[in-house]
Ligand binder design. Structure first.
Ligand SMILES: Cc1ncc(C[n+]2csc(CCOP(=O)(O)OP(=O)(O)O)c2C)c(N)n1
Ligand SMILES: [Mg+2]
Length: 369
């Protein structure tokens, strides 16, 4: 960690070169970090209450999401792993669509064809994520290559975890990104664990950042609990890519405070002391201390901000909870211009069963044969 780029020490004091962000911009970063924490809390409760099926939280990782997304332009691309949904919201994914995707209801833009927590947003170039670890790396590199060939000046931020560095997608993606000098930034969030496999068991290299020079471009280690360090490193890497100088890999060193997902019990494989040590480095508390010192946030204001965010989030949850499920006939739509006869027949057999079992909703009628 000592060599990692750091601007704010864990006590909030300034130990590096501050990026030139205004007070309003700094405050906005803080609110987005709080929003991610609030959303995670609510989504976990909904999952525990059986209202939604699956949650992968970003608790403890807020600085990586917000810091890395902040310097992106609106037309840049963000290729996500499991945990960047909050960054998508920050860039313009409506909260209602985020929650609808968690419910897989009629407002889910993925039409229930993804698990919960697999967001996408066309308006901000946030492609749907594949659960298959590391595949977004090659997808993102291919898309960055296409952007370059089209003469666009957009940059592709490609996020993945420490565990994904052992995937084929990582090696083939980074290799050709270096060969083609694509306008990409690889954002490796080293959160200490890949489910139950510790980062120390994932590589014999001193840092994941050491892998980038082998592919011909720089790797930079960053304190991932320092939002300003993440912002600053990302801004530099984006500018380098936009100038046509090729990719950079950032390794944001942080810690996943909760389970891998709502299906995981991390107490089975890691020590409480490790979690407690990282709790002392909490990214929100660190940034809050700096902002209070700077006079951008007042003592105790965080609680008010959280209350306001929760009121907003809860209103969206109530609205999406009341939304109907996705119409069953969407199962056979969108592939052919017109649903072919064999799919109509299969769908009508299926709807007969759904009606018999009481699973069909008003509007889930048969296709005319
Ligand atoms: C190809 C593949 N292998 C295994 C899995 C099961 N799996 C899901 S998440 C995960 C670990 C991911 O760890 P990491 O890349 O560090 O990301 P994190 O969950 O820590 O954000 C694994 C092994 C998978 N989804 N895809
Ligand atoms: Mg990990």
């Amino acid at each position: 960690m000592s060599s990692a780029l750091q601007i704010l020490a864990p006590d909030g004091s300034v130990v590096g070169e501050l990026p030139g962000l205004s007070d309003a911009e700094l405050r906005e970063l803080f609110v987005h970090m709080l929003q991610i924490r609030c959303m995670d809390g609510r989504m976990l409760k909904l999952q525990r209450a059986g209202r939604i099926g699956f949650v992968g939280t970003a608790t403890g990782l807020e600085a990586t999401l917000v810091g890395a997304a902040a310097p992106l332009r609106q037309d840049d691309w963000l290729w996500s792993g499991l945990r960047e949904g909050g960054a998508a919201v920050m860039r313009g994914l409506p909260l209602a669509e985020y929650v609808a995707q968690m419910y897989c209801n009629a407002n889910d833009t993925a039409k229930g064809r993804q698990m919960c927590n697999h967001f996408q947003h066309k308006g901000t170039n946030y492609p749907s994520w594949s659960s298959v670890i590391g595949t977004q790396i090659t997808h993102g590199v291919g898309a960055a290559f296409a952007s370059m060939r089209r003469g666009e000046d957009t940059v592709h931020a490609i996020h993945f975890g420490d565990g994904a560095t052992s995937s084929n997608g990582f090696h083939s993606g980074l290799n050709f990104a270096g060969v083609w000098k694509v306008p990409a930034v690889f954002v490796c969030t080293d959160n200490g664990w890949a489910i139950s496999v510790a980062s120390s068991a994932q590589t014999a290299a001193k840092s994941f950042a050491a892998k980038a020079p082998a592919y011909g471009f720089p790797g930079v280690e960053v304190d991932g609990n320092d939002v300003l360090a993440c912002q600053s490193a990302m801004a530099d890497a984006i500018e380098r890519a936009r100038r046509g100088e090729g990719p950079t890999m950032l390794v944001l060193k942080t810690y996943r405070m909760l389970g891998h997902s709502s299906s995981d019990d991390p107490t089975k494989y890691r020590a409480d002391e490790e979690v407690e040590a990282w709790a002392k480095r909490d990214p929100i508390a660190r940034f809050e201390r700096y902002l209070i010192e700077r006079g951008v946030v007042s003592e105790g204001e965080r609680a008010d901000l959280e209350t306001q965010l929760l009121v907003k989030i809860d209103a969206v949850i109530h609205e999406q909870e009341a939304a109907p499920p996705m119409a069953l006939k969407t199962l056979v739509e969108d592939v052919y211009a017109e649903v072919p006869y064999h799919l109509r027949r299969e769908y009508n057999d299926f709807i007969a069963v759904a009606e018999k079992l009481g699973h069909a909703q008003p509007g889930d009628g048969a296709f005319p044969l």
